[in-house]
Every structure is written in C-alpha cells, then in structure tokens.
Design a protein around this ligand. Structure first.
Ligand SMILES: C[S@@+](CC[C@H](N)C(=O)[O-])C[C@H]1O[C@@H](n2cnc3c(N)ncnc32)[C@H](O)[C@@H]1O
Length: 262
C-alpha cells in the first residue's frame, strides 16, 4: 500500500504551487539561526524552500525528506545556486521517525508544520528520539506547528459537516491554469484534520488535461500537550513564540518552539 504522505507529495510541483509558501517570516528566521549555528539538520525539507536560504546564509545543511520527488525538485532548485552554496547542502531521502547519521548538529529544525504529519504519539516520540541522538549537548531544536483554533473546531462540531469547499485558481506558464477545490474534515477525537483536494489542470484553450484527488491528514497539537511530550522525550523548553517576527504565543496562530536537551 502506498503511504498517503508519499502519494500526496509525489506531485511535488503541484504542492509547491498550492501550498509551498510557508509561514510569514520563517525563511529569514531559520536563515538567521543557521548563520549562527554553521551546521544544520533540517527534517522534512520538502522542495528546499528553507534549505537553500540557510545554505546561502553560510551554513552547511543536511536536509532530509521522505519523498524522492520533493528532493528531486529541491535538487533542481539548487542548480541555480553558486558552487560554494551547492557544496554546503546534502539532500537525503530518509524518514524523520527513523534516521541515523554519523553526526550531531548544533541546530535541528522542522519548519512549516511538517511535524504534524506524525499522527500518533509513538511517531512523534520516534522523531524526537532521533532528534535527541543527533543534537549536540548545547544544541537547539526548533519546531514550528500551527496552534489549533478552537473557534473553528467548535463551529465544525456544531454543524457536523465537512468544512466549506474552497476554490483557488492559479495561472501557470503558457496560459495553463490550475484549479484547486478543497474541503477539510475534522476528527476531534484523534486531533486530526483531513484535507481533500481536487487538483485540475487546464490548457490554454480551457480543456481539462489532468485531474487528481489528494488527501492530506495532519495532527493538531495543543501547547501543553507539546510541553509534556518534549519533557517525556528529554527536552526542555527554552521558548515558545507565536510566529517568526518575535510575536508572543497567541491562541490559534503559530507555535514556534525552541528546545534544548534536558
Ligand atoms: C508541508 S511540507 C514542508 C516542506 C518544507 N519543510 C518547507 O518548509 O517548505 C511537509 C514535508 O514533510 C515531508 N514528510 C512528511 N512525513 C515525513 C517523514 N516521516 N519523514 C520525512 N519527511 C516527511 C513531506 O514529504 C513534505 O516534503
């Protein structure tokens, strides 16, 4: 059986067009950290959106992802970088729940909510155990999650319906168009949200040339649940911010955790 995460991300170009934008300010934030640390391990690097800027900032970056197609696009992106920057990046196909590298890093980062692909506590703990093994004694682990918005969850529970269907249209090169229809179903008992996407591509004459159905499931995580999880996995919380521009933690926005070894 194909892993649903692989199935979703193997259409790497579609992903990049639809939701490859990240969180406001995150690239500058991680680049700044990388400049200071000099050596970085990035988990679930995707198409290299954060990887290449961190390398441009002067850091040597080991970046891993589960999906070969995402890494292929990351590699392609790197072709336009100068030679010293290209040499500082190592892209690896690996699972953030089970990896073993012969190196410890002063900085490990998991940007853009990728940790929320881990749907069970066991998977989360496996990932954090790997992080622990790869962090230097004084090292920092930085993880970004979205903070679940309880107003949206409550509205969903009242109606009992999947979320409204949204439609986003993107104009592509050569006058092609991509139309994405999506709807979200929430499962509060499991703290999971499942997005269903229909992605349809049209040629310049308006003829449909491909239509794909994707499903993506993410786990939402509450603030104090994460504090317990980190403590259980041997980390101490150094800070929790509400975004990448120094904002305080606020309900329903971002969780930006900075952790050290306990
Ligand atoms: C939302 S994208 C984020 C990509 C990138 N970090 C960024 O900021 O643009 C999530 C990425 O997590 C990767 N991913 C999901 N589960 C993974 C796992 N168990 N191990 C490694 N990568 C994983 C996906 O393949 C995808 O590239």
């Amino acid at each position: 059986m194909t892993d649903p995460v692989r199935e979703f991300y193997m259409n790497a170009r579609d992903y990049d067009l639809i939701s490859g934008h990240g969180v406001a300010g995150d690239v500058a934030y991680f680049s700044r950290l990388a400049r200071g640390a000099r050596r970085v391990l990035e988990l679930a690097c995707g198409t290299g959106r954060v990887t290449w800027p961190m390398a441009r900032a002067g850091a040597r970056v080991t970046a891993l992802d589960l999906v070969g197609e995402m890494l292929a696009l990351a590699r392609e992106r790197g072709a336009s970088e100068n030679t010293p920057v290209r040499r500082r990046v190592r892209l690896l196909e690996a699972d953030m729940r089970a990896f073993a590298l012969r190196e410890r890093f002063p900085l490990i980062v998991i940007p853009f909510r990728a940790f929320q692909h881990l749907l069970t506590v066991e998977e989360q703990m496996d990932c954090l155990a790997c992080c622990r093994k790869h962090l230097t004694r004084q090292g920092r682990l930085v993880i970004n999650l979205f903070d679940p918005n309880l107003r949206i969850l409550a509205a969903h529970m009242q109606s009992g319906l999947p979320g409204p269907v949204t439609r986003v249209e993107t104009r592509l090169d050569g006058d092609e168009r991509l139309i994405v229809w999506s709807s979200r179903t929430l499962s509060p008992e499991q703290q999971r949200m499942q997005d269903q996407w229909v992605v349809e591509r049209f040629d310049a004459q308006g003829r449909s040339i491909s239509r794909r159905l994707h499903t993506l499931t993410l786990r939402w995580c509450y603030r104090f649940e994460m504090e317990h999880l980190f403590a259980r996995c041997g980390f101490r919380v150094l800070s929790l911010e509400g975004g990448f521009d120094g904002q305080p933690f606020t309900h329903g926005q971002e969780q930006v955790w900075t952790l050290g070894l306990a």
